[in-house]
Design a protein around this ligand. Structure first.
Ligand code: N01
Length: 598
């Protein structure tokens, strides 16, 4: 097809994408970021908690300790309750359950996945979100609802930071130690601390010299800004505010801050792809039409479309599924007549989609230079696609400035502001919307150590790569299960769906062990070896795609030789993965495990 017929020049776009990527490549990769520890540990303080409730150290024994009260831990708790397990203890350093939705309470926060599939256990708890894209506060409330419904609060240990989890070979129990001097015993441990747990700061020179007020977006300081997640940020009146980072968090924060700050400056390294959100209230007629099992069907329908399995109906019908619909249209279009290579066809469809997103910037942002700077030049799935009907509009306000760093990032933080090139932009308040150490294993993001059989340290044991069966069970660590570990498991855009399925598998295993008097179950090395071979045979070569991408956490910041975030997952997709897990439990559990009876 000609450039005129396509409406864009693929070669010119390819050249431009590479040029933009090359500007952003840096030799330090992930090392450019700083953890919220040491001299930056106050960035990790909990701004939401009431004063800590004193309690005696726990030295009792429970059936299961669940590490983390987020979407993994809550679903594990729910499924374990369904399985009739009596003593379940969720441990979380937060003062409540909710995980990512406990910590992230910034103004404007919402989920950008359809709430009717994102919020788990809706039918079980009799809940229904009020909007297609739920507010963060509503998701947190739903997490609390799950905890109440399944009685997960009564034995929970909140505001409790685990320091170590050690397998005691004499009593065949895990000993869980915490910063509250607890030394409790647990027959089983479920690690579910989530991949978006640990905030990261940019390693910008002068980070520690700023004398104004600064915080990370995942620890919003309402004591300073006033207001709540709906806005009303009266504390920002008369203040000059800077936001560093233009990912999913900033896209939601900036419109609210702009309403209250005297001036907002947004510092951008790479523009996000921001598509239409089109949020709407839940239709009561649609709710009446639902029949039992509707949520699971909707989840499966969404995930199917997202991995290219044709469906008669698109139940979610949003911008996520629209992209894949578009690819299908392309596959049957006249472009397909001249271009039969599916990857080349996909690339053309991606170019078209991104042209649409760039045209949207022009149609909204009035200042041409600002509009140009806000246009993303990379393939759609190089970074997480975003959805907002307010973010781009924010740059038309007189009190908002975009400082585009042309891919370099901010040069320096000074005592009073942010330096880009020769200009210092003075600010009173600086908000780091710079994301998380995505995909860090539970022990790393949770800041504790795990010692398995023979005192083996999990961090050292996995230093050269995770060894597991299904990303859930690991040799050397009996009675321990990982939920949401990503590596060697499957992922979907609707992440809670996979977490829920993994939770159900783990609950089945624990139920079986308890019913059959199995004191310890440990996966055999041969089983891990077999899984590693299956993983290798199913590996999808994302190398070419990811090398062409602008750097980010999806592609190890563009340079690492380690497998990327998605490169570490099961390549056959979520449905194959779930079927394998099911079949393994039904047929191969005994072959693949060493069991010690009570
Ligand atoms: O973080 P991010 P986030 N100078 O890592 C920039 C989920 N989530 O908190 O792109 C200047 O996406 C960095 O620039 P660049 C979701 O999975 C979901 O926004 O690396 N800027 C980038 O713009 C999401 O993906 C929801 O060039 C610097 C930003 O910081 C994940 O959480 C809402 C810089 C970090 O963006 C994380 O999102 C919120 C520097 N030196 C979050 N260093 C919803 O469901 C880094 N940056 C809606």
């Amino acid at each position: 097809m000609t450039t005129d017929e396509l409406g864009f020049d693929p070669e010119e776009l390819r050249r431009k994408y590479r040029q933009e990527r090359d500007k952003r490549m840096r030799s330090d990769g992930y090392r450019q970021y700083v953890d919220v520890s040491g001299k930056f540990e106050t960035y990790d303080d909990d701004p939401y908690a009431e004063p800590m409730v004193e309690r005696e150290p726990l030295t009792d024994e429970v059936d299961v300790v669940i590490v983390g009260g987020g979407m993994s831990g809550l679903q594990a708790g729910a499924r374990l309750r369904d399985a009739g397990i009596p003593r379940i203890r969720i441990i979380d350093r937060a003062a409540d359950v909710g995980g990512t939705w406990y910590w992230n309470r910034y103004p404007g926060i919402r989920c950008d996945v359809d709430s009717y599939i994102y919020l788990p256990l809706l039918e079980e708890t009799g809940a229904m979100p009020t909007e297609k894209y739920a507010k963060g506060a509503d998701i947190l409330a739903h997490c609390q609802r799950i905890a109440r419904h399944y009685d997960l609060y009564s034995d929970a240990a909140l505001q409790t930071r685990i320091t170590s989890i050690t397998w005691d070979e004499d009593c065949l129990r895990w000993i869980v130690r915490t910063d509250r001097d607890d030394a409790m015993k647990a027959r089983f441990v479920v690690l579910g601390s989530g991949p978006l747990n640990r905030p990261k700061l940019p390693g910008i020179p002068g980070l520690d010299t700023f004398t104004g007020h600064a915080f990370h977006s995942a620890r919003w300081d309402y004591a300073y800004t006033g207001g709540d997640p709906d806005g009303n940020l009266t504390g920002l009146r008369g203040k000059r505010v800077g936001i560093i980072g233009t990912g999913a968090s900033c896209v939601q924060i900036a419109p609210r801050v702009a309403e209250w700050a005297e001036h907002l400056t947004v510092f951008q390294r790479t523009p996000s792809a921001v598509d239409v959100r089109d949020n709407r209230p839940t239709d009561p007629e649609w709710v009446k039409s639902l029949t039992p099992g509707w949520q699971k069907r909707r989840m499966v329908n969404f995930d199917s479309i997202m991995i290219g399995i044709p469906q008669n109906e698109d139940l979610v019908a949003d911008r996520w599924t629209d992209v894949w619909g578009k690819l299908a249209v392309w596959a049957s279009s006249k472009a397909a007549v001249v271009e039969t290579d599916p990857q080349a066809l996909m690339q053309l469809a991606d170019f078209e989609k991104m042209e649409e997103i760039r045209a949207r910037v022009d149609s909204i942002v009035e200042d041409p230079a600002t509009a140009e700077a806000l246009k993303p030049y990379y393939n759609l799935f190089c970074k997480r696609p975003l959805y907002s009907d307010e973010f781009l509009q924010t740059f038309n306000r007189p009190n908002v400035t975009l400082v585009d760093t042309d891919g370099r990032g901010v040069d320096r933080i000074t005592e009073t502001g942010v330096q880009v090139g020769d200009d210092v932009h003075e600010v009173d308040c600086l908000i780091y919307a710079t994301g998380f150490n995505v995909g860090a294993p539970a022990y790393e993001s949770g800041g504790f150590e795990v010692f398995g059989r023979g005192g083996v340290n999990l961090a050292k044991d996995w230093a050269d790569g995770v060894h597991s069966l299904h990303g859930i069970y690991s040799n050397g660590f009996p009675n321990m299960f990982v939920i949401g570990g990503i590596t060697q498991a499957a992922v979907t855009i609707n992440f809670p769906h996979i977490l829920g399925e993994q939770a159900a598998f783990v609950a089945q295993v624990i139920k079986r062990c308890m019913a059959d008097g199995i004191a310890a179950m440990e996966i055999r090395q041969e089983a891990e070896q077999r899984w590693a071979e299956i993983m290798a045979s199913k590996a999808v070569d994302r190398g070419q795609f990811e090398r062409e991408c602008t750097p980010g956490y999806y592609n190890n910041e563009g340079l690492d030789d380690r497998p990327s975030l998605f490169g570490r997952t099961y390549g056959g997709g979520p449905f194959e993965y779930l079927q394998i897990c099911h079949e393994w439990l039904a047929t191969d559990f005994e072959r693949d495990t060493d069991l010690i009876l009570d």
